[in-house]
Unconditional design. Structure first.
Length: 123
């Protein structure tokens, strides 16, 4: 089933956590015209970072088509303790989230006691 391309899907909701970045690449191939994406990113640091780079080239966010999904407008995901720990150890990543996501008003984001936080990115 994951080899069948679904070009008419523009709103994709994945209700389980991705195992790794390879799964995201399969989604990119299967659903190339996604505009609105909701998913749960992997907990593994390497896969988490690779998935973020698939969603947006963090070094080149201002350029059009900087994403594997060229029509992507919105991404939503839940950040858990593991993700916040990864962010707390990577200043560039933390700054990227503050600049491009809905986390601008969060103080001490990585030290919050809430079990999860919804992350939204508008392109």
């Amino acid at each position: 089933m994951n080899s069948i391309v679904q070009p008419s899907i523009d709103h994709l909701i994945i209700q389980r956590r991705l195992n790794d970045d390879k799964e995201m690449l399969i989604l990119v191939h299967q659903f190339p015209n996604v505009k609105y994406l909701e998913l749960l990113l992997p907990s593994d640091k390497h896969s988490f970072m690779n998935c973020l780079n698939i969603l947006a080239n963090r070094n080149d966010i201002d350029k059009k088509n900087n994403c594997f999904w060229s029509k992507l407008i919105y991404v939503s995901t839940e950040l858990g303790f593991v993700h916040k720990e990864i962010m707390s150890k990577d200043k560039e990543l933390y700054d990227w989230f503050i600049r491009y996501a809905n986390l601008k008003d969060e103080e001490n984001l990585c030290h919050m006691r809430r079990p999860s936080l919804t992350l939204s990115i508008w392109y």
